[in-house]
Design a protein around this ligand. Sequence first.
Ligand code: PLP
Ligand code: COI
Length: 358
Amino acid sequence: MEITYNLKPDSERRIEQFKPDGDVGFGKLRTDHMFLMDYRDGEWQDPRIVPYAPFEMAPGAMSLHYGQSIFEGAKAYMHDDGEIYTFRLDKNAERMNRSAEIVCIPYLDEQVQLDAINALIDVDRLWFPMQQGACMYIRPFIFATEDRLSVSPSNQYTFCVMISPSGAYYAAGVNNAIRLLISKKFHRAVSGGTGASKAAGNYAASLRAGKAAAEYGAAQVLYLDSTNTQIEEVGAMNHFHVLKDGTIIIPEFTDTILQSITSKSIMELSEILGCEIRQETVMLDQFIADIQSGEIVEAGGFGTAAVVSPVGSYIFEDNTVVTVGDGKVGKHIQRIYQVYTDIQNGKMAGPEGWVKKV
Ligand code: PLP
Ligand code: COI
């Protein structure tokens, strides 16, 4: 792919103001550039890196009205050799196309997506944060741009990549367990819907539930299936629990659950972690009974932004609280987090091809 570069002159770059050792937060900072590519006349065209700036878009752009918009979330890490490495980016590119299929967005070649991200990170590599545990969060997304008001797939789209120097998503990080609201009122997805995609509308639909969670002192909602009997996932991460023999259980992927790359990666690490990891249908009643009997000793969430987030307790809408173990971060989760982040940070060798130099 021939990328056109229209870079900011050095005098206009904001990198001078960037303090790589400061507390960067999650997703707040923008680098100097972004990658753009358009779909029109039946093909993806005009790949370019340009200054990070607002888009010009018709008020009738279809993504604004009917939500035809999808995104991905990935990370790159700086290793001790001073080089930047992306983590399993090929999996994000594949999933972008699965999301695209679900909301009728045209296929975008996976190598094109990878080349775009690598080129952008390379241009803005000085923006890499240096604080402990920080990384470059990568946000590729595609949205419909055709100016038309009938409800049907758009004929025009933009693919954009922006990157953001970032730290932990949940301020609590891995050292503090969060509380989740188990809701019987709010649902994230139904079978036959868009739950298995990273469609923007799934996240809009989670906001009201997120507000309710905050009212219960919870960080997020743990969603159940539409019959309120099975555990599905959290708004921005898959859910998991750990049995007292160390076995890790992740709810089976259905068409209402996003197939997390973190979950899949952890499953591939079962030998290194030295425990069995399996997916199964998780019934809510059994889950609660197993926490109360001590059969379940730890629980948490897996996700790119969230990494491995421990859950210390659950609250129901009737204010019943169920505490997992002693409510603190357990030894299994600490170990999963350590092994996983050591692989991402290049401190430990992971499976072939997981980390790739930019
Ligand atoms: N589930 C949902 C709904 C998400 O938004 C995310 C985040 O991307 C995940 C799970 C975790 O997926 P991954 O590990 O690929 O980031
Ligand atoms: C990610 O984990 O990368 C996500 O996309 C979650 C996001 C909604 C913050």
